[in-house]
Write a new protein. Structure first.
Length: 276
């Protein structure tokens, strides 16, 4: 696929997806949605890639839906996603709960880290919240945005935010659509870390590199799926699933390597696939 609204780079096992419409502050369109799903599926399927970073090109992360697209919905008298059929399906097939738009992030086999470099609003905020980890540049503005357009909370934010930061705090952000800055996002728990703008990508890559060097790819994959499946099941089912996974994963060469590296106090040499 020719990429016009995104940019995709790979460096030493880390894929970076750039939302790339800087002249429009990376506003979301059907074209960007289509490309994003495509490159995300490519990154998740590539055995050489251990983790994925998502960021914005230029001064913005994603300011939400493109204003021209919003005008188009008005002119057409209803919502038009502007995407082709079929779309790429990254993360599909892991759980029925994940086989929908945006929820597919939970079915990915590799961690996704968002580096929020500029304004993050509406669908842009939803996209960031579906990442596993979020770092934000100091001074970045956030908003759920939907209320001021007379829309509902978008793309699962009404499900995500209460689970991420608690109902009381989520209600404040969802019911007011107010603007809040990166420091408050950090104190609320919307983002994991607030970083000086000129250090954002460097610290993000350092974090991701440390994660994939020290943690087995099998553990990253299965732990992600445990986390997001457990949002839908009770604690007993979670314990039983963890016990079954433990028995299975202890038969894998990466368990043997992890124990050996721990005992020998050295860096582990992970196998990315079982038949390597």
């Amino acid at each position: 696929m020719e990429l016009k609204a995104t940019r995709y780079e790979i460096d030493r096992g880390i894929a970076t997806i750039f939302l790339s419409r800087p002249e429009r502050m990376n506003a979301w369109t059907g074209r960007m949605h289509t490309e994003y799903r495509y490159v995300l599926a490519e990154a998740d399927a590539d055995p050489a890639i251990r983790a994925i970073v998502l960021t914005g090109e230029g001064r913005s992360f994603c300011v939400g839906a493109d204003s021209k697209a919003l005008e188009g919905h008005v002119a057409k008298g209803g919502y038009d996603p502007g995407t082709p059929d079929p779309l790429a399906e990254p993360g599909y097939g892991v759980s029925p709960f994940f086989d929908t738009a945006f929820a597919y992030h939970f079915g990915l086999t590799k961690p996704l880290v968002a580096a929020i470099n500029g304004p993050c609003a509406g669908v842009g905020l939803a996209l960031a919240c579906f990442a596993d980890i979020r770092f934000a540049a100091q001074g970045v503005k956030f908003t759920t945005a939907h209320g001021k357009l007379s829309l509902p909370a978008e793309f699962g934010l009404s499900w995500l935010l209460p689970r991420m930061i608690g109902l009381t705090r989520a209600n404040d952000l969802l019911l007011t659509s107010r603007i809040f800055l990166a420091d408050e996002a950090g104190s609320l728990g919307v983002v994991n870390r607030v970083i000086p703008p000129d250090q954002l990508l460097q610290e993000t890559y350092e974090y991701v590199r440390s994660m994939v060097d020290t943690v087995s790819p099998d553990s990253l994959r299965e732990t992600r799926h445990q986390i997001y499946r457990d949002l839908h099941r009770d604690v007993g089912a979670s314990v039983e699933a963890a016990e079954a996974l433990t028995r299975d994963m202890m038969r894998h060469p990466n368990y043997v390597e992890g124990v050996a590296a721990f005992l020998q106090k050295r860096r582990p040499n992970w196998r990315v696939t079982e038949d390597e």
